[in-house]
Design a protein around this ligand. Structure first.
Ligand code: KIV
Length: 263
C-alpha cells in the first residue's frame, strides 16, 4: 500500500489505525495486532531512550530504530504495515535541502514509506512541498506538536476561536501542500471533527476525540508501560505492574533456591 492510498479508508468510512514502535519486538506486536501504519515516532526518545522530551533524538537514532522496526515484521511485504518515521527536531526546520537529505536518508536506508513533520509555518509548508516534489510522502502534525514543547508545553491546544480558525487554515494549507494525512494531537473534539469533515485527506487523532478518520497511539502508553501516562491516552492494561510482578516472581523464586556455597 502507498501512503496516498490511506485516503481510500477515509472514503470508505473505515477508521485508520496507527501504533508506534521503536524496535523489532514492539513492531512485531503491532504488526500482529493488524495496525495499518507503524509510526517510528520521535516519542521513542522518551519511551525507549529515557529523555525528558523528544528534542534530543537524532536522525541517525531514528534510522537505527526504523531499521529495527522493519526487521520485526514477519508478514509478506504487501501485508506489512506502512512505516512512517518522524523527522527529528532540526532535521527539517533549517531549510528544504537539509529536509530532503534527512528524509531521503530514511527512505534510502530503511523501508520507511513516508515522513512526519510538525507544524505549518510558511517555511514548513515550503519544506513539505519540496519533499513531495522529490517523491517523499509527508504526513503533517498539528495541535500539540511536542518538538515545540519549550513554546507550547504539553497542554491542550486550540482552545479559543481564533486559534481554532488558525488550525483549520493550517490544516487546509497542509492538504494543499499534498500531505497525505495529518495527525491532530490534543485539541478539542469538536475542532477535530470539523477538520476531519472539511479535509479530503485522513485526519488521525490522538487526544482529539473519536470523530477523526483514524487514531494513533503510543504503544507503550496503550500497554500501560510508560511511567508518565499522557492524560488523553488511557492504558488498556497495566503492563508495568504485570511485567514487574512476573519478573519479581522469577527473581524471588531464584533467590529462594539453595545453591552449594563456595568455600
Ligand atoms: O512521536 C510520536 O509518537 C507521535 C505520536 C504521538 C503521534 O508523534
Amino acid at each position: 500500500m502507498l501512503p496516498s492510498e490511506l485516503i481510500k479508508f477515509k472514503q470508505a468510512g473505515r477508521p485508520i489505525t496507527i501504533l508506534t514502535a521503536w524496535d523489532s519486538l514492539s513492531s512485531s506486536l503491532v504488526e500482529e495486532a493488524g495496525a495499518d501504519v507503524v509510526l517510528v515516532g520521535d516519542s521513542l526518545a522518551m519511551v525507549a531512550l529515557g529523555h525528558a522530551t523528544t528534542l534530543p533524538i537524532t536522525l541517525e537514532q531514528i534510522l537505527h530504530h526504523a531499521q529495527a522496526v522493519e526487521r520485526g515484521f514477519k508478514k509478506p511485504l504487501n501485508k506489512q504495515p506502512l512505516i512512517v518515521c518522524d523527522l527529528p527536531f532540526l532535521s527539517y526546520q533549517c531549510g528544504e535541502d537539509k529536509a530532503v537529505a534527512a528524509a531521503g536518508t530514511l527512505l534510502k536506508n530503511s523501508s520507511t514509506a513516508a515522513v512526519k513533520i510538525e507544524g505549518a509555518e510558511p517555511e514548513i509548508v515550503e519544506v513539505i512541498k519540496r519533499l513531495v516534489r522529490m517523491g517523499i510522502p509527508v504526513m503533517g502534525h498539528l495541535g500539540l506538536t511536542p518538538q515545540s514543547v519549550r513554546q507550547l508545553g504539553y497542554k491542550r491546544q486550540a482552545e479559543d476561536k481564533s486559534s481554532q480558525e488558525r488550525l483549520i487554515s493550517q490544516a487546509l494549507q497542509l492538504e494543499q501542500a499534498s500531505c497525505f494525512s495529518i495527525v491532530l494531537e490534543h485539541v478539542p473534539e469538536e475542532l477535530a471533527k470539523e477538520v476531519s469533515n472539511t479535509l479530503r485527506i485522513p485526519i488521525i487523532g490522538i487526544g482529539a476525540g473519536d470523530q477523526c478518520d483514524g487514531q494513533v497511539r503510543v504503544t507503550a502508553d496503550l500497554l500501560g508501560l510508560t511511567k508518565k501516562q499522557p492524560p488523553f491516552s488511557q492504558p488498556l492494561i497495566q503492563g508495568r505492574q504485570l511485567f514487574i510482578k512476573a519478573l519479581k516472581e522469577w527473581v524471588d523464586q531464584e533467590h529462594n533456591q539453595t545453591t552449594s556455597p563456595t568455600r
